[in-house]
Design a protein around this ligand. Structure first.
Ligand code: SAM
Ligand code: DTB
Ligand code: SF4
Length: 344
């Protein structure tokens, strides 16, 4: 299976130049740079391998690039919950959908610091603060900068997911000590319009470019099981893998279906197709941490073990994601002990 170049992964018409990076074709489009390492068809061919062949290949890649028995652990905290103006069809925090999520204002600094301390004590190495915003207004950003500095001072890696960033905001986050910014592409460009209408794919790419340009590590992935087809799962991975510099961290979420959201009632995805997606992410992004993200509660131990075998090497750790449940830390510790995995 060849990994080669062809037309750009960005669907913009605005490509202006083609340059050579390590023999691969790169496009500088808008502000967004891509290198076509992987064609969607080649990623599709990975998905179509016999399951054992796919997992074997993923495991070989994994062992070449990472300690196969080490899993990075991040704890999430929703610092501002609900009431979001956006229409992401999967999200219980969108104001327009009637879910059980109660709106809560931005948390107080001391409460965030206390949650970060508890996360550190239970073994997390990274603390990720999430806010249900389209993007931060300047008056919102300032208290968050303080949270980032204090969490960083505690010796934790810091991550934030605050929505779209405007000019100058990534710089402020960097100065505050932010290590990672999470902003997901969510799905392939072709399926995106079926899920979200209030921001474009290009808006997301622009935010990722802002993050990359100030040297904050990029955390970007998507959601599987939203009714997309296999080619669209491959299309999401192609977008991520063909970034000039792929994300350091790639969260692969299984849709958590929440009553009241438009995607509630979507046909559930075959768990083995989710494992295949993890394996394809591992093969196409060999240097990235692939995070087994939302959806672990519905998977059971065996499917999670297959995901680790397929190359997942990061999880969200702690009994809550943002508004939905996650396995208890104690259960994760038991699973890690059974599998001989260590937390990093
Ligand atoms: N509001 C910010 C934004 O959208 O960028 C940050 C928080 S938002 C909740 C972070 C990510 O969580 C989304 O991009 C989406 O990928 C993921 N997410 C939200 N709801 C989900 C669900 N029900 N199942 C799986 N992943 C979900
Ligand atoms: C990511 O990719 N998944 C996390 C984190 N980044 C912010 C969020 C999952 C949210 C699941 C639904 C909820 O708990 O509200
Ligand atoms: Fe808002 Fe983020 Fe939820 Fe979209 S995913 S509705 S932007 S909180």
């Amino acid at each position: 299976m060849e990994q080669q170049t062809s037309s750009s992964a960005c669907n913009s018409e605005l490509h202006t130049s083609v340059i050579n990076i390590d023999g691969l074709k790169a496009s500088a489009s808008c502000d967004h740079r891509t290198v076509e390492r992987w064609k969607v068809d080649d990623i599709m061919a990975l998905f179509e391998l016999p399951f054992n062949d796919l997992l074997h290949r993923a495991q070989l890649v994994h062992r070449e690039h990472f300690d196969p028995n080490a899993v990075q652990v991040s704890t999430l905290l929703s610092i501002k919950t609900g009431g979001c103006s956006e229409d992401c069809g999967y999200c219980p925090q969108a104001a327009r959908y009637h879910t059980e999520v109660e709106n809560e204002p931005l948390m107080k600094l001391d409460d965030v610091v206390a949650a970060a301390r508890a996360a550190k004590e239970s073994g997390a190495s990274r603390f990720c603060m999430g806010a249900a915003w389209r993007g931060p207004k300047q008056r919102d950003l300032e208290p968050v900068l303080k949270m980032i500095s204090e969490v960083k001072a505690m010796g934790l890696q810091t991550c934030a997911t605050l929505g779209m960033l405007k000019d100058g905001q990534a710089e402020q986050l960097k100065d505050a000590g932010l290590d990672y910014y999470n902003h997901n592409l969510d799905t392939a460009p072709e399926y995106y319009g079926d899920v979200i209408s209030t921001r474009t794919y290009q808006d997301r790419l622009d935010t990722l470019d802002r993050v990359r340009s100030v040297d904050i590590n990029v955390c970007s992935g998507g959601i599987i099981g939203m009714g997309e087809n296999r080619a669209q799962r491959a299309g999401l991975l192609a977008q991520l893998a063909n970034m000039e510099q792929p994300p350091e961290s790639v969260p692969i979420n299984l849709l958590t279906q929440v009553e009241g959201t438009p995607l509630h009632g979507t046909d559930p995805l075959d768990p083995l197709e989710f494992v295949r997606t993890i394996a394809a992410a591992r093969i196409t992004m060999p240097d990235s941490f692939v995070r087994l993200s939302a959806g672990r509660q519905s998977m059971g131990e065996a499917v999670q073990a297959l995901c680790f075998l397929a190359g997942a090497n990061s999880i969200f750790y702690g009994e809550k994601l943002l508004t939905t449940g996650n396995p208890e830390a104690e259960d994760d510790n038991k699973l890690f002990a059974k599998l001989g995995l260590k937390k990093i």
